[in-house]
Write a protein of this length. Structure first.
Length: 255
């Protein structure tokens, strides 16, 4: 089995893409977090998602305990992709993994985009909350309801399945420390949601490249709620940097 199999799941796009868009899901989540994105991909972009153990096709695997081992596996998987420039898109906790993975790639990313995540203090903790069973169950239930799931039995079942994975990911975050110095040299675009409660803050202390913040209407899963708007904006902002990496691929509706 090649290194990227299992850790990286191809979801949509051409076999020989002009751009590799890699989604890094948030706590408790897997490749399904990117399910609303494919219809809005630029034609030359291929979408893949990171899949950690304990979710998706890896449901029966032990939950990870070492964040640095996870990061090493993610880096290996992305490094096995083809020659097209890479754009990393990290949601919530996934933005932290995108930050550090981006700095470790053999071929640096053209751009890193963060969604619904505040920049951590350099050399400090992740900023994620500690696991709390009651609060986390309410949070997960709210997210599922926001995504249209209202059947009580299905809700209860999904909450029970998701909570242990969510807690394992928060524990991973608690064992991770943000890099003390910038690990990225590429641009970082950070998307914040109007109903998520996070003030827009650029990730200037984590890259020597440019930083931008973008405000979108929506909640914590704004990448699902505003997929078309997000991808149009992302492809437009990425275009000049992709050109220097050998590909443009701007979204036609973002021109």
């Amino acid at each position: 089995m090649r290194k990227q199999e299992g850790w990286l799941v191809p979801l949509s796009g051409p076999a020989e893409p002009g751009v590799e868009l890699v989604m890094v899901p948030g706590a408790g989540d897997g490749p399904t977090t990117a399910r609303t994105l494919p219809p809005y991909l630029p034609p030359s972009w291929r979408l893949s998602s990171v899949c950690l153990p304990g979710r998706g096709h890896r449901f029966d695997e032990p939950l990870p305990e070492d964040p640095y081992a996870v990061l090493a596996s993610v880096v290996d998987a992305v490094d096995c992709l083809g020659p097209a420039p890479v754009v990393l898109l990290g949601h919530s906790l996934g933005a932290l993994w995108a930050l550090e993975a981006g700095g470790r790639l053999a071929r640096p990313p053209a751009l890193v985009a963060t969604v619904a995540c505040a920049p951590p203090e350099p050399g400090g903790a992740s900023g994620m909350e500690e696991p709390d069973d009651t609060e986390d169950r309410l949070f997960i239930r709210g997210l599922l309801m926001d995504q249209g799931l209202t059947d009580p039995e299905c809700l209860d079942e999904l909450v029970e399945l998701t909570v242990p994975v969510f807690h394992a990911d928060l524990t991973l975050a608690g064992r991770w420390t943000a890099p003390e110095r910038p690990v990225l040299a590429c641009p970082v675009v950070s998307y914040y949601a109007s109903q998520d409660g996070l003030p827009p803050a650029p990730w200037t202390r984590h890259t020597t490249g440019t930083t931008e913040t973008v405000w979108l209407e929506g909640g914590h899963v704004v990448h699902q709620e505003r997929s078309a708007e997000l991808l149009a904006d992302l492809s437009r902002r990425a275009a000049p940097y992709l050109a220097t990496h050998g590909s443009v691929g701007a979204h036609p509706r973002a021109a």
